[in-house]
Ligand binder design. Structure first.
Ligand SMILES: [Zn+2]
Length: 200
């Protein structure tokens, strides 16, 4: 297809999970949210620092400017195989951690599985050069989908932060780890469906 989006089921799966991972990035501003907890105490410390730098939860990382910033970052990272590997490895680790069922996996197993999968999938993005357009689109779509999902909660999103109103369409009231996993799954499934339809 024109955008070179998918060549094989392997590519399709990788791209979809990458979108799910990108969809977790905005909540790195909160030490108790799943993305930070994927990296243990270091993740929590990092998230605390990001949260402070971003002016609090759902502020500096939850707006249009942050989305543009991530697009610029992804644009440049694509050129460096090592940068691509570290970036994708980290966000894929967050994705696997978040969607791994916590009910029958102990914390240690969740860490082992998510770190192992993050390293393996990061290596895949090191070794495979997916198209620049797809890389950029997938990461932006994941990030934007998170902001849209948060807009549907009571807290809403201030899209033009620090300007403009907090926009909320409160259809999904709850927040918490169950919702985080649900949003990640939704992004992955929508991405899969989209890629499969586009690749036909
Ligand atoms: Zn959020």
């Amino acid at each position: 297809m024109a955008t070179g989006m998918a060549h094989s089921p392997e590519h399709i799966a990788m791209v979809a999970v990458l979108a799910g991972g990108a969809g977790l990035m905005p909540d790195l501003d909160h030490p108790d949210a799943s993305p930070a907890r994927a990296f243990g105490p270091i993740g929590r410390l990092g998230a605390k620092a990001i949260g402070t730098g971003a002016g609090g939860h759902r502020k500096g990382t939850h707006n249009l400017w942050a989305l543009i910033g991530i697009a610029v970052l992804a644009w440049f990272l694509w050129y460096s195989p090592m940068g691509r590997a570290i970036f994708t490895g980290a966000i894929l680790c967050m994705a696997i951690w978040t969607i791994a069922p916590s009910s029958f996996l102990t914390k240690m197993w969740r860490h082992l599985i998510s770190w192992g999968a993050g390293a393996a999938l990061g290596y895949w993005f090191y070794a495979h050069n997916i198209s620049h357009t797809v890389f950029l689109l997938v990461i932006c779509w994941g990030y934007a989908a998170h902001l849209l999902a948060d807009t549907l909660t009571r807290g809403g999103v201030r899209w033009a932060w620090p300007f403009g109103p907090r926009i909320t369409v409160p259809l999904a009231g709850t927040t918490g780890t169950a919702r985080e996993a649900m949003v990640a799954w939704m992004i992955i499934i929508i991405s899969l469906a989209f890629i499969v339809v586009m690749a036909r």
